[in-house]
Design a protein around this ligand. Structure first.
Ligand code: ATP
Length: 305
């Protein structure tokens, strides 16, 4: 697989504290990479280093396979939105974009309408000052600004933080549109795991400066350990019924619940047998471990194979 960005032993030390430790990260071309981790894990610090905004204490990274001066020239192909977008509050979305286009020598007449469309701001009043925008609109304008100059990769630090559910959904659509229409690779950091679960193609999990693991969405689903969850009033009787079907289940920590690992294809059969045996069945379904569950199991229990 070819990577648009690869880090090797990337480390950043502030004073005596390592904010990022020996990180080896791989961002494939044209994919959405979700960098997940709690506050203070080191996400912003990694993003600042790979965008050229901070110098690594140790280690290195390559962009499009290049390091050193060659990489420096390629940094213009990385669009960045870290922390609040740098907007001119008195100017409109159109004017903000026009200024950046002119600064980068881009044809603003062609680019500005296209950028507004990509981030869903095409209908915004051209007289409205960016300072009066909602948080969601400001974030979208920030992304449009990061897209000036047709970058191959976007680095977005917590772009959905603080948005309402509608705003999060719109942002998700924008990410997918950028990947599908422009083939842009996007590195997104977030602690809202369920939101990344819906868009990311691959993930890196970081905790206390250390990248614990990287995995694709496919691997996540393979590793996620599907199981059948049964909620019934009399769990002992339910377990007996399952045993007669040669299915072994375990009581879960959650009261009145049983977990059956495997046998997901026999869920309907189990439901029928339980009901026939007179067990008061409240629910039975195939549980898919979510990204949240997986992440919690990793950050609490260490590395997953
Ligand atoms: P958040 O989601 O809260 O932004 P994060 O995962 O992005 O968290 P970082 O902002 O990268 O984490 O911070 C990682 C660690 O490095 C934290 O302990 C932070 O206090 C420390 N840190 C970050 N920047 C600096 C700095 N300029 N000087 C000193 N320490 C810093």
């Amino acid at each position: 697989m070819s990577y648009i960005l690869e880090t090797k032993g990337l480390t950043k030390i502030y004073g005596s504290k390592a904010a990022v430790k020996e990180v080896n990260m791989h961002i494939p071309e044209g994919q959405i990479y979700g960098l997940i981790g709690p506050n203070g894990a080191g996400k912003t610090t990694i993003m600042r280093m790979i965008s050229g905004l901070a110098t690594p204490t140790r280690g290195d990274y390559s962009l499009f396979g290049k390091t050193g001066a060659e990489r420096g020239r390629l940094l213009s192909q990385v669009g960045v939105l870290i922390e609040a977008p740098g907007l001119y509050p008195k100017f409109s979305a159109q004017e903000n974009l026009k200024i950046k286009c002119i600064a980068l020598g881009v044809d603003w007449r062609r680019e500005v309408p296209e950028l507004l469309r990509l981030v869903g701001l095409e209908g915004v009043d051209p007289r409205k000052a960016a300072g009066a925008f909602s948080l969601g609109m400001r974030q979208r304008l920030g992304i449009a600004l990061a897209l000036v100059g047709e970058p191959k990769m976007l680095v977005l630090d917590e772009p959905i933080n603080g948005l309402d559910p509608e705003g999060i959904k719109e942002m998700r659509e924008i990410f997918v549109r950028m990947r599908e229409e422009k083939g842009i690779a996007i590195l997104i950091s977030s602690h809202i795991l369920e939101e990344l679960d819906k868009v990311a193609d691959c993930y890196g999990v970081i905790n206390e400066g250390t990248l614990l693991d990287e995995f694709s969405a496919e691997q996540l689903h393979l590793r996620s350990g599907k199981y059948v969850k049964i909620r019934a009033e009399e769990t002992d009787r339910a377990l007996e019924v399952l045993e007669r079907m040669n299915i072994s289940g375990q009581k879960m920590e959650e009261r009145d619940c049983i977990r059956v690992t495997g046998h997901t294809d026999r869920t309907a059969e189990m439901a029928k047998a339980l009901v026939t045996a007179g067990v008061a069945l409240q629910e039975i379904y195939v549980h898919n471990m979510s990204l949240e569950d997986y992440y919690l199991s990793m950050t609490k229990g260490g590395h997953h194979d």
